[in-house]
Design a protein around this ligand. Structure first.
Ligand code: ADP
Ligand code: NI
Length: 216
């Protein structure tokens, strides 16, 4: 069996190559940040560091946006774990985490394992704070959306239809998703980090609306 450090190095190389062409917010540096945050939370919670790091590294490889289907994406990860001789019990945990962790409007089943909770918190934290704000505007630019449209009512749920009509703006995305995340965190440490990043985003919004009207 290869050493954990060797498996992790191979995972990094694999993911860098897989996500090299992405500009929708799933680039390598998203993975880099999520992995570091996952390790930080994992140390606080005494979670299995190898499982957390490997799951964080691979968590977006199976994303629907980057594959023909979610199933095809999962198959890719499964094959990689086999080819790299990842121990079966670790591979099973990693696959379970990746298959259940996407946001899905906050309607997914709660994560079952501590390691799953840790990695999901780390991914959610990357949608919050200064980085979260930057990613949201980068995404809106990528999609050609207006950054804000005060003539549209604020929506807290966004339908696929509204989305296609470009009625989703980065500012509305705060209400659709970003401001909801702090209440969806799994771990106490994740909650604490999320609360800080949440407050930062509220300040940002107050400043943004003030500047919009020339009042700040
Ligand atoms: P992840 O898989 O990391 O949870 P997503 O694929 O949902 O992230 O989105 C990638 C990034 O783009 C995130 O920071 C997210 O908040 C942002 N994003 C997703 N949808 C929108 C949208 N409609 N408008 C603006 N930003 C968005
Ligand atoms: Ni992610």
């Amino acid at each position: 069996m290869p050493a954990s450090s060797e498996i992790l190095a191979n995972a990094r190389a694999f993911v860098k190559n897989e996500l090299a062409r992405d500009s929708s917010g799933h680039d390598w540096w998203h993975i880099y940040r999520v992995t570091n945050t996952a390790l930080e939370i994992a140390r606080h919670k005494n979670a299995d560091l190898f499982v957390c790091e490997l799951a964080a590294l691979l968590h977006d490889v199976a994303d629907e946006k980057l594959n023909a289907s979610k199933a095809a994406g999962m198959e890719k990860v499964k094959n990689w774990l086999e080819e790299n001789q990842v121990p079966e019990e670790v591979a099973a945990q990693v696959l379970e985490i990746i298959s259940t962790m996407s946001y899905n409007g906050g309607h997914n089943e709660p994560m079952k394992t501590l390691e799953g909770k840790v990695v999901q918190d780390a991914d959610r934290l990357d949608a919050l704070g200064a980085i979260g704000i930057a990613r949201t505007f980068a995404y809106g630019g990528h999609k050609g959306h207006l950054m804000h449209n005060p003539e549209l009512a604020v929506r807290t749920e966004i339908t696929k239809e509204a989305y296609r009509n470009a009625e989703s703006t980065p500012i509305n995305h705060f209400y659709e998703k970003l401001l909801k995340l702090k209440d969806l965190m799994n771990t106490d440490y994740g909650k604490k980090l999320a609360a800080e990043r949440h407050a930062y985003m509220e300040n940002f919004l107050a400043q943004f609306y003030g500047e919009w009207e020339g009042k700040r």
